[in-house]
Design a protein around this ligand. Structure first.
Ligand code: CP
Ligand code: NVA
Length: 320
């Protein structure tokens, strides 16, 4: 990120949650809260964000667009079907050109390496709007939602049940940085990338959180303040859908799993959801669900990211 958050200067974009240190993470959440409360603490008048989306999106695309409009800026759709990227123009060429027109890029693609290539060549802030490896903007909204609900982050426990995917990776990093203990329960063979788990454990060693990689969803849910799940089959894995339906059958957030968690536990899901697969309709629509608040918080969290990266805005790193 290009803006200074208190004494710390952020890098040139948000490619991974690991691009933020703990103070920067808390400062972004505080800015998101201020923006949500209607405080006029950021202005992107005259700035243009390019949206490069190689995968479908409802929440991310719309919330980035509305965030820019509400901050006084504009967006331009640069999806491959509308540009020469779709006809094979190399990323390094495209990035160098786009960087001379727009002030930032939000990119949703497959390989993290492609995102990094855009960031390397564009010379402007690049934001990860989801790759196969990470989904950092989602997790900023999740942490905002958890902090709003409990009034704190450090000392809580989150249980993630399902696939060790992009969302699980960013949750591992984000929870560890926020001091939230995290237990991830996946079927055998679907655990998160061991490098990400190891990095999360290293961070957690500093923040006092605990990181557990498990296979039993009930063990993960025990004592949890937050239950979290995501689709069993992510975008790009559609050929594995049938196999995954069988393998993930027991990795569902339902009434029995919720019963295992703390009495005040809340349920989150990044959406889109497949009711009857990773989560029951009863839990989604039930009193412990904070899923719609979570979806709304994408807007506020991303406004904070945009302001920090593109606004040249200086604000103080704050605690929780
Ligand atoms: N959660 C999320 O990123 O949703 P979209 O795929 O609709 O953007
Ligand atoms: N893991 C999911 C997240 C969707 C927001 C996917 O990549 O499709």
């Amino acid at each position: 990120m290009s803006a200074s958050l208190g004494a710390t200067r952020l890098g040139p974009g948000l490619l991974s949650l690991d691009d933020l240190d703990e103070a920067q993470l808390h400062a972004l959440l505080t800015l998101a809260h201020q923006l949500k409360c209607g405080e006029r603490v950021a202005n992107l008048h005259g700035k243009v964000l390019g949206l490069v989306f190689l995968k479908a999106s409802t929440r991310t695309r719309v919330s980035f667009t509305v965030a820019m409009y509400q901050l006084g800026g504009q967006v331009i759709d640069l999806s491959p079907g509308t540009t020469q990227v779709g006809r094979g123009e190399p990323v390094r060429d495209t990035a160098r050109v786009l960087g001379r027109y727009v002030d930032g890029l939000a990119i949703r693609t497959f390989a993290q390496a492609e995102l990094e290539e855009y960031a390397h060549y564009a010379g402007i802030p690049v934001i990860n709007a989801l790759t196969d490896h990470e989904h950092p903007c989602q997790i900023l909204a999740d942490l905002l939602t958890i902090r709003e609900n409990f009034g704190r982050l450090a000392g809580l426990k989150l249980a993630y049940v399902g696939d060790g995917n992009n969302v699980a990776h960013s949750l591992l990093l984000g929870c560890a940085k926020a001091g939230v203990s995290i237990a991830v329960a996946t079927p055998e063979g679907f655990a998160p990338d061991p490098a990400v788990s190891a990095r999360a454990s290293e961070i957690a060693g500093r923040t006092g959180a605990e990181v557990q990689i498990l296979h039993d969803p009930f063990e993960a849910a025990r004592g949890a303040h937050v239950l979290y799940t995501d689709v069993w089959t992510s975008m790009g894995q559609e050929a594995e859908t049938q196999r995954r339906l069988q393998l993930f059958e027991h990795y569902q957030i339902n009434a029995a799993l919720l019963h295992c968690a703390e009495a005040e536990a809340i349920v989150l899901h990044c959406l889109p959801a497949h009711r009857g697969e990773e989560i029951t309709d009863e839990v989604m629509e039930g009193p412990r669900s904070r899923i719609w608040e979570e979806a709304e918080n994408r807007l506020h969290a991303q406004k904070a990211v945009l302001a920090a990266l593109m606004g040249g805005r200086y604000f103080q790193a704050g605690g929780e």
